[in-house]
Design a protein around this ligand. Structure first.
Ligand code: DGJ
Length: 718
C-alpha cells in the first residue's frame, strides 16, 4: 500500500522504508516511487489521500525478449540499471566510472516537496534530486546536483532532468523562429521516435526557446490534458521528447555542455538549471495561467509595486543619429502622449556612429553629448519621465579602445591561431576573466552612480562561437558569470530595472527573469507578426514582462503598413511602449497614440494581473484572446488573414461565469468596417446586457472584418 504522508513539516528519513511519496499542490497529485531509484509514477489531477492507493496499481508486466526485470523510467535514468533511453548522467574519470548506478540514501520531504540523495560509492558520485510542487500554481520544479566524492577529477558530460509523460500525451508543441520571428509554435505528433532540440548559440536564441508542450490530440485552449515544460537557463541547452519502443515517453532538459567544460575536482559539485513543468487538465489556458501565476509570485522581482511604466525607445526613431536637442524634442512629444519612461538606445557612447565599432568603451561620447548625459536626463525627468539607457556589456568591437588595450579580454581561441567569425561585426568579452569582469562592472556602476538612470536595456547581439576561457570551453561559465554580474549590479542599485534583450527575444527564460524585469520580445514591431510572436511567448510569460511597442505606420522590419488600431491593440496586451520618431507626426497619429496609451493605462492593472486566455476560432485566420479578472473580461478579436467564410461565425465565451450577467461594450473597432458590411450586428451599436450562460452557449454573431484588423470588447459583470 502507498503510505499516506501525514505531516506537512519537514521530515528526514535516513533509511527510507516508504517506497512511495504522494505530494500534492492545490489541484494536482504527484506520486513518486523512491526505491530503487526516484521516479514519477503519477502526475495529474488531485487524488484523495484518504484512500490508500494499492501499490499493485503500479505493477508492470515484464515482456518477452526484454530485460528480465522492469526498469522504471527514473528522474535520472541510468544506463547501468538497464534504461536504454537517454541517460540522466553521463561522465567519466579518465574513462572509468562511466555507468553509475545509484542507491537512495536519504529522503527529506514535506507535503509538496522532496529532496532525495543517492550515492554510488564505486563511481565516487553523489546525486541529489530536488523536486517541489508550488502549492498555488501547481508548477513543479526539478533540479539535480552531482558531487564528486571520489579522489580524482570527474568529467561531467551530461546531467539531465527527466520527466515522464502519460501515454495519452502523444502530440507536442515545439518552438522555432529566427530574428524578428521569435516564438513560432508547431504542433507535431509524438508517437514513435522523438524530437530533439539542441541550442549551441550561447543564449536561449530566437531559434530554440527552451520550452516544449506535450498534449493530447483533442487538447485545445480550453479543454484537455497538457504538460508544459521550460528550462530556466540562458545558455546552451538540449531538450528531448522521446517515445520508447514500449510506449513509455518522457521529456528531458539539460544544459548542453561542451567537451571538457565541466571537470569536477574531489568534492566539486555541478548543478543543473531548474526545470519548470506544469500539468493542467484545462487545456493550454490552464497551463498558461498556472505558469503566469508562478512567474508573478516566484520569479519576478520588481523593485516596487508601481504599475509598469509606458515606454518610449529611441532606436527606430533615430538609430545611431544622436543629437541632444532633437532627442529632447522627442521627449517633449512623447511626454504629451502619456509616456512614463524614456529609453536612450544604442549610439550614445564614445565613437558609436554605427554598428561596426566602439562596443566596450562605455563612456558618453563628448562629440554628441558635450555636457554628458545630464542635460538630457534632467530634461526627461523634468517632463515627469524616468530615464533608461541601452548597454551591451558582454560585447566588444575590435575597433574600440578597450580591445586595443586588452585583446586578451576577448572570449575565443584566437591565441591558438583560430579565426573567429564576428557577428554584427562584434566579439564577446570573457566574463570569467576577472579583469574584464571588473572593468565592465565598474563601467556600469559608474554610469548608474553618475546619472539618474532607473532602467537598463541590456542587449546581447551576437552568438557565442569558439567561446573559450584559458583555452577551455566557457559557454556555461559565461552564462553563470553574466548572472553574477547582474546580481552584483542590482545589489548595488536595487531600484534599477533591467530589460533582457538579445536582438529582440534571443535571451528569454525564467533564470534571467529572476534578475531582470522585462523582455524585448522581438525587434519586429509589425503588429501582424507580433500576433504570433506574442501568442507563443504568452504560453510561459505573463504580459507585464513582454515588451510590446507601437511602431510607425510602415514597419521597419517587414515594410508592411498597418493602421493605428491594429498597432495599438496589439501593443495593448503586453508591457506597452512606443518606438518611432514622434517629431513631426501628423496630429491625427499623435492623438491615436495618446488614445491607445490611455486605454492601456486604464486597463493596465487587469492586463498585468489578470488571467490570460485564448478562445478557439473556427477560422484559422482569426485570433480571439483576452485577459479577465472577477469583474471584467477584456477581449480582442483579431482578423489576421482573409476570413475563410463570408460570415464571421459566433463568439462563444466558455471562460465566463454562466450564472452571472454581463454588459458588453465595444471599446475599439476598425475604422473601415463600412467596406466589409452593409449592416453591423445590432449589439455593436449600443451596450448590451446578457446572461453569461447565453454567451457561453449561444454566443454573439461577429462582425465581418478585413484581414489585418482588430476589435476590442469588454464584458463587465453587472
Ligand atoms: C538590438 C535590439 O533588439 C534593438 O532593439 C536595438 O536596441 C539594437 N540592438 C541596438 O543596437
Amino acid at each position: 500500500m502507498i503510505y499516506t504522508v501525514k505531516t506537512s513539516t519537514s521530515h528526514v528519513n535516513n533509511a527510507p522504508t516508504e517506497r512511495f511519496l504522494h505530494l500534492q499542490s492545490n489541484d494536482n497529485s504527484l506520486i513518486l516511487l523512491l526505491d530503487p531509484i526516484p521516479a514519477i509514477i503519477f502526475w495529474g489531477r488531485k487524488i484523495d489521500r484518504e484512500h490508500a492507493i494499492p501499490a499493485a496499481l503500479f505493477d508492470v508486466p515484464v515482456g518477452q525478449a526484454r530485460l528480465d526485470q522492469h526498469v522504471v523510467l527514473a528522474l535520472c535514468p541510468e544506463h547501468g540499471r538497464g534504461d536504454f533511453g537517454s541517460p540522466g548522467i553521463e561522465g567519466h574519470r579518465q574513462g572509468r566510472d562511466w555507468a553509475p548506478v545509484f542507491n537512495l540514501t536519504a529522503v527529506e520531504h514535506t507535503d509538496t516537496a522532496a529532496t532525495m540523495t543517492l550515492s554510488d560509492p564505486r563511481a565516487g558520485l553523489e546525486l541529489t534530486i530536488y523536486l517541489a510542487l508550488d502549492p498555488e500554481s501547481n508548477v513543479m520544479t526539478l533540479r539535480h546536483r552531482v558531487v564528486n566524492i571520489g579522489n580524482s577529477d570527474y568529467t561531467v558530460d551530461r546531467l539531465a532532468l527527466t520527466l515522464p509523460l502519460s501515454e495519452n500525451l502523444n502530440e507536442l508543441i515545439t518552438y522555432h523562429g529566427r530574428w524578428s520571428h521569435e516564438f513560432q509554435m508547431q504542433r507535431i505528433p509524438l508517437t514513435h521516435g522523438g524530437f530533439i532540440q539542441e541550442n549551441r548559440r550561447g543564449r536561449t536564441s530566437h531559434e530554440s526557446f527552451p520550452g516544449i508542450i506535450a498534449l493530447q490530440p483533442e487538447t485545445d485552449d480550453v479543454h484537455g490534458n497538457v504538460i508544459g515544460m521550460h528550462l530556466g537557463w540562458s545558455g546552451n541547452h538540449r531538450l528531448r521528447a522521446q517515445v520508447k519502443s514500449d510506449g513509455r515517453r518522457y521529456l528531458q532538459a539539460e544544459p548542453l555542455l561542451s567537451s571538457g567544460e565541466v571537470i569536477l575536482p574531489p568534492n566539486g559539485a555541478f548543478e543543473t538549471p531548474t526545470m519548470y513543468a506544469l500539468f493542467s487538465n484545462q487545456g493550454l489556458n490552464g497551463m498558461k495561467q498556472g505558469f503566469h501565476h508562478y512567474v508573478r509570485n516566484q520569479v519576478i522581482n520588481f523593485p516596487d509595486a508601481k504599475p509598469r511604466p509606458v515606454h518610449f525607445n529611441t532606436w527606430e526613431g533615430i538609430y545611431f543619429y544622436h543629437e541632444p536637442q532633437r532627442i529632447m524634442a522627442m521627449a517633449d512629444a512623447v511626454a504629451r502622449l502619456g509616456v512614463e519612461r524614456f529609453i536612450l538606445d544604442d549610439g550614445w557612447f564614445l565613437n558609436r556612429d554605427g554598428e561596426t565599432r566602439a562596443l566596450g568603451d562605455w563612456i558618453v561620447d563628448p562629440k554628441k553629448y558635450p555636457q554628458g548625459l545630464s542635460p538630457l536626463v534632467d530634461h526627461v525627468n523634468q517632463l515627469g519621465m524616468e530615464f533608461g539607457l541601452w548597454v551591451e556589456p558582454e560585447m566588444v568591437s575590435k575597433d574600440s579602445d578597450v580591445f586595443r588595450a586588452h585583446p586578451d579580454w576577448m572570449l575565443g581561441l584566437d591565441d591558438l591561431g583560430y579565426h573567429q567569425p564576428s557577428g554584427r561585426y562584434q566579439y564577446v568579452m570573457d566574463l570569467q576573466n576577472p579583469d574584464a569582469y571588473n572593468y565592465l562592472l565598474a563601467a556600469l556602476d559608474s554610469l548608474l552612480t553618475e546619472y539618474n538612470i532607473t532602467y537598463l536595456k541590456w542587449d546581447m547581439n551576437r552568438e557565442l562561437v569558439q567561446a573559450a576561457h584559458n583555452g577551455l570551453p566557457a559557454y556555461h561559465g559565461q552564462t553563470l558569470a553574466l548572472y553574477t554580474m547582474i546580481d552584483t549590479l542590482r545589489a548595488r542599485h536595487p531600484l534599477v530595472e533591467i530589460e533582457s534583450c538579445a536582438s529582440g527575444g534571443g535571451r528569454v527564460d525564467y533564470e534571467v527573469l529572476k534578475r531582470t524585469h522585462r523582455f524585448w520580445t522581438s525587434d519586429c514591431n509589425d503588429a501582424l507578426e507580433r500576433q504570433s510572436i506574442q501568442h507563443g511567448m504568452l504560453m510561459f510569460f505573463p504580459p507585464e514582462v513582454m515588451g510590446s511597442h507601437i511602431g510607425p505606420y510602415r514597419s521597419h522590419t517587414t515594410r508592411r503598413v498597418h493602421d493605428m488600431s491594429l498597432r495599438g491593440l496589439t501593443a495593448l496586451f503586453g508591457h506597452m511602449g512606443a518606438e518611432l520618431d514622434p517629431v513631426g507626426l501628423p496630429d491625427v497619429e499623435l492623438v491615436a497614440f495618446a488614445r491607445y496609451i490611455d486605454l492601456h493605462k486604464h486597463y493596465r492593472e487587469l492586463l498585468h494581473s489578470g488571467k490570460c486566455f485564448n478562445i478557439p476560432s473556427g477560422d484559422s485566420g482569426q485570433r480571439i484572446y483576452g485577459v479577465m479578472n472577477d469583474d471584467v473580461v477584456l477581449l480582442a478579436v483579431v482578423q489576421i488573414a482573409m476570413p475563410q467564410y463570408a460570415l464571421a461565425g459566433r463568439l462563444r465565451l466558455p471562460v465566463l461565469d454562466g450564472d452571472k450577467r454581463y454588459r458588453i461594450d465595444v471599446l475599439d473597432s476598425p475604422a473601415a468596417f463600412s467596406s466589409t458590411m452593409k449592416q453591423q450586428p445590432s449589439w455593436m451599436a449600443k451596450p448590451l446586457s446578457i446572461h453569461g450562460d447565453q454567451l457561453i452557449q449561444i454566443g454573439l454573431s461577429l462582425p465581418i472584418m478585413d484581414p489585418e484588423s482588430a476589435m476590442l470588447l469588454s464584458f463587465t459583470l453587472e
